[in-house]
Ligand binder design. Structure first.
Ligand SMILES: NC(=O)c1ccc[n+]([C@@H]2O[C@H](COP(=O)([O-])OP(=O)(O)OC[C@H]3O[C@@H](n4cnc5c(N)ncnc54)[C@H](O)[C@@H]3O)[C@@H](O)[C@H]2O)c1
Length: 429
């Protein structure tokens, strides 16, 4: 039986661990978050993933019952019992500066329990060069030599939250090891879950850089659409329709604008490149500008609401629908919706935000659509979410107050004639 140990049981690590378990592997998930480990061992997760007709909650309970999955804080015991180690711990970015410490700390723990013959695969998104120049020396503190006594590879993680099980299986993957045998060992392990082609990169740095470039390219594409949205708006045409028409071109695939760019992956990508680029004397003006454009969008969205107020902001109540960092997600880390809310709060408004998928607690969060919209002067739609009845325009109209009830729609949910037929004003990007 293949034994796998997954370090980090977050949005990537948990569904990945369960994907191995579902295919018959014996999987131990290691995390430093005590309450998360307890919840998982009790069959509790807030993630919104599914595979076939089973939710991640059902899969988790099934795999706990089968004995093929367990979560633990005990890294030493986990390492003693397995020889395939996968790291999915992230590199957070704060104020534009990345923090390698979660990755270095997990690698130090692994180094203490590393055994001859072990395989270590890094699946975290990293600063290109990290696996060789940072992780390898830490793992070799074990006294074992990489590529000889143990095997080391980098394989990028490309899943989107909400589609994790499907994309682990069907998204083409890429892998590269410190030497051929490491690449082959990693390829073999990944093939248990991934049925799509797995490209072997010639160097780990290539696969690491490709992953960051994938993320940056989406950030740049969205910035371009955001900028074009301003042009379309001034011209009096609908940016979403423009993009729909442009995308009928077979070699064009434009991304849509929204309230900003959120999540762990895209906004962080530039900051994985900048320090290295500065060190090497390389400038990245396009990528830097794209990030600035995307960073500026939440303030613009907040202003779309503020300029429609007929009362001073301090007397205004605004309803926000959707707090998640993207549609149909429970993840509100680096969420543009939260940035929009922050701008509204700073302007002095009262905000009532509803998002049934996001478990985080905030003083501005309410428990129902009715609570959010009742007595509000306007509504901002910042993420699509199951469980929000956006189309209940009768409810929205009767709940809003003031002479200029309005909806700021960043998600292209509403048709203008319909919204206006209810006496509501529609603001779009
Ligand atoms: N979230 C995504 O959709 C996605 C997609 C592709 C790639 N990635 C990349 O995958 C990595 C993980 O992202 P995520 O969204 O799952 O992050 P996450 O924050 O949801 O999960 C990381 C987990 O690692 C745990 N952790 C931190 N330090 C640890 C340690 N020393 N030992 C064990 N566990 C530790 C944390 O407690 C947390 O549960 C990141 O590099 C991210 O960029 C994420």
């Amino acid at each position: 039986m293949t034994r796998v140990c997954i370090f980090g049981l977050g949005f990537v690590g948990l569904p990945l661990a369960l994907s191995f378990a579902m295919r018959g592997c014996q999987v131990t998930g290691v995390d430093v978050d005590k309450s998360l480990v307890e919840d998982l061992n009790n069959g509790i997760t807030h993630h919104l993933e599914s595979y076939g007709d089973k939710s991640i909650q059902e899969i988790l309970r099934d795999e706990l019952a089968s004995g093929r999955f367990q979560a633990t804080l005990d890294c030493t015991k986990a390492l003693r019992e397995c020889n395939n180690i996968v790291v999915t711990v992230g590199i957070p970015v704060e104020d534009g500066r990345h923090d390698l410490s979660p990755v270095t700390s997990v690698c130090r723990s692994i180094s203490q329990g590393l055994k001859p013959g072990d395989l270590v695969i890094i699946r975290s998104t990293v600063i290109p060069g990290t696996t060789r120049s940072v992780i390898l020396p830490i793992l070799e503190e074990s006294g074992l030599k990489a590529g000889q006594d143990f095997f080391l590879a980098y394989s990028s993680e490309r899943i989107a939250e909400g589609k994790a099980f499907y994309e682990f299986e069907n998204m083409p993957a890429a892998v590269s090891g410190i030497n051929d045998i490491s690449t082959e060992r990693a390829h073999e392990l990944i093939s248990i879950v991934t049925k799509a082609p797995i490209t072997r990169g010639s160097q780990m740095e290539v696969v690491e850089a490709a992953k960051v470039m994938e993320n940056v390219s989406r950030d740049v594409d969205i910035a371009m659409s955001q900028e074009f949205a301003r042009f379309a708006r001034a011209l009096g045409i609908d940016i979403f329709e423009v993009i729909k028409v442009a995308n009928t071109h077979q070699r064009v695939n434009l991304l849509t604008p929204g309230p900003g760019v959120g999540g762990y992956c895209l906004p962080n990508a530039l900051y994985y490149l900048l320090p290295k680029a500065q060190e090497m004397g390389v400038e990245l003006p396009l990528l830097t500008t794209a990030r600035q454009i995307n960073d500026s969008v939440p303030a613009l969205v907040a202003n779309l609401a503020l300029r429609n107020l007929t009362v001073p902001p301090r007397q205004a109540v605004l309803a926000v629908l959707g707090i998640a960092m993207k549609d149909y997600s429970n993840d509100d880390r680096i969420s543009p919706a939260r940035d929009v809310i922050e701008h509204l709060l700073q302007a002095g408004c009262t905000v009532k935000a509803f998002d049934p998928a996001v478990p985080s607690r905030y003083p501005f969060k309410v428990d129902s659509l009715e609570d959010a919209v009742k007595g509000a002067h306007g509504i901002l739609v910042l993420a699509r979410q199951n469980g929000i009845d956006y189309q209940n325009l009768a409810l929205l109209r009767e709940s809003l107050v003031g002479p200029n009830p309005f909806i700021v729609d960043t998600k292209n949910i509403y048709s203008r004639p319909e919204v206006e037929s209810y006496g509501l004003k529609l603001e779009t990007l």
